[in-house]
Design a protein around this ligand. Structure first.
Ligand code: MG
Length: 259
């Protein structure tokens, strides 16, 4: 008799469990209500900064920037008519603020009367994280490749010397062009070893050129990239004053959204 009494609840539990398992799901079972995504007002065009963006350059001044090789000094590239033109003698400039993961918009223009060939034709660069003086960091190449041949993993839209762009959407010199970038910073363990590699998605004039590409390390001009010895945290965003002899390029409308 005692044995039977123990069995009854066990059987009941089994029946209820089977019945529940067979019940079809309802629509509300997969509808989540929290957390609520914050409301953001979009800009008038896709290049306009949305309401939650940090404006890095809006045409007035370079107050948010410093010289890369001496970060105590203000960036002194030439601001004029709402744009900023590279001053090659000053070297690279970078943001005062450091960032981890972000979405960034930037517009750039190669001079209409640009001269030179290969890498010496409107060369600049967007360093997605500046990790030291000079060109230390991760470069998304800027170059005139409207009608200018160079190595594919060194042309505009490439992750320099790591990955060629998916397509070549260059506009002719004299036209404004844009990059929209989603950057995921690399993570490092306490001992300096790599925890997770950097990743980048980039749109060049609105067209996908880097699709969640996983970087092999910071950019290297000579040799293979590696994260060895490169451990870093949040880092500034940097623009390149390239040493080639061609006329300097210009930038405008730079903004970033932290993710
Ligand atoms: Mg460059």
């Amino acid at each position: 008799m005692k044995k039977k009494l123990i069995f009854i609840p066990a059987i009941l539990f089994l029946v209820i469990t089977i019945a529940n398992a067979q019940q079809p799901m309802k629509h509300e079972d997969t509808e989540l209500y929290t957390p609520v995504p914050p409301v953001v007002t979009p800009g008038k065009s896709c290049g306009d900064a949305p309401s939650d963006a940090i404006i890095l350059f809006n045409g007035d001044n370079l107050d948010k920037w410093v010289l890369t090789d001496d970060t105590t000094k203000p960036a002194d590239w030439i601001v004029h008519s709402g744009i900023v033109t590279v001053k090659k003698t000053s070297g690279n400039i970078q943001t005062k603020q450091s960032f981890m993961d972000y979405q960034l918009h930037i517009e750039w223009r190669i001079p209409k009367d640009i001269e030179g060939t290969d890498q010496a034709r409107g060369n600049s660069g967007l360093f997605l994280a500046s990790i030291g003086k000079g060109d230390a960091g991760y470069e998304l190449q800027i170059l005139d490749n409207y009608n200018n041949k160079t190595y594919t993993n060194g042309q505009a839209g490439s992750i320099y010397k790591q990955n060629a762009p998916l397509v070549n959407p260059n506009r002719p010199p004299g036209d404004w062009q844009s990059y929209d970038v989603i950057w995921t910073a690399p993570r490092f363990n306490e001992d300096g070893s790599l925890k997770s590699a950097a990743r980048v998605t980039a749109f060049f004039n609105g067209i996908l050129v880097q699709n969640n590409f996983e970087l092999k390390g910071p950019t290297r001009y000579i040799g293979l990239p590696t994260y060895k010895g490169a451990a870093h945290g949040a880092a500034p965003i940097k623009l390149q004053a390239h040493g080639d002899k061609s006329k300097p390029i210009s930038f405008r409308n730079i903004w970033v959204r932290e993710l």
